[in-house]
Design a protein. Structure first.
Length: 185
């Protein structure tokens, strides 16, 4: 089952969506911070199955400006379609330093005020599903936190498999940290 993966800025505000009676009551600060668009699009990474989640995590982390904990939302592609939110393959804003992931950047496209309402309702639905799964001890999660040590392990594994083109990492800070994670030759 395919998914879209997107970084979220505020896990607490994201979780608070469950308590909002009407999406129209969501705080403006949350909307403007969480949903900064470019050409009416929001950046995501497409994965063919949940087994490919680390690919999306690598793409997000290696195109960021700093290495820190990361919260992501994992969106079942069929829920996007049901919500009237569509995506298409696009170029990422920054070069992705992993060849096989470059084509997996997708944008939620043609976003309008009305479609933002659909996206917010979709996010709210994901929070509710996640909380139900948590209370019934199910493993499936839509909102996932990756600690910095876990991210470093994911990077080390990718380095061990020679997947990362270090010279293509945009941020000097990230590049330096990735180089420190390389095992000596």
């Amino acid at each position: 089952m395919p998914y879209l993966v997107r970084k979220i800025s505020s896990r607490a505000k994201f979780q608070a969506l469950e308590e909002v009676e009407s999406i129209r009551d969501v705080e403006g600060d949350f909307v403007t911070k969480e949903f900064r668009t470019n050409n009416n699009c929001l950046s995501t990474y497409f994965i063919k199955s949940i087994d490919c989640l680390y690919d999306a995590i690598l793409a997000i982390v290696l195109t960021a400006d700093n290495l820190e904990k990361l919260d992501v939302v994992v969106i079942d592609e069929s829920l996007c379609q049901e919500s009237g939110v569509f995506h298409c393959q696009t170029l990422a804003g920054r070069d992705i330093p992993i060849k096989e992931i470059k084509s997996e950047h997708h944008d939620l496209k043609e976003l309008t005020y009305g479609k933002f309402e659909n996206v917010l309702n979709l996010y709210k639905k994901l929070v509710i599903i996640d909380n139900k799964n948590h209370s019934s001890n199910k493993e499936e999660k839509n909102i996932i936190r990756f600690s910095e040590p876990r991210i470093k392990e994911i990077i080390k594994e990718a380095l061990a498999n020679d997947r990362i083109e270090i010279e293509r990492i945009h941020s000097d800070s990230i590049k330096s940290k990735v180089m420190k994670l390389q095992k000596p030759a």
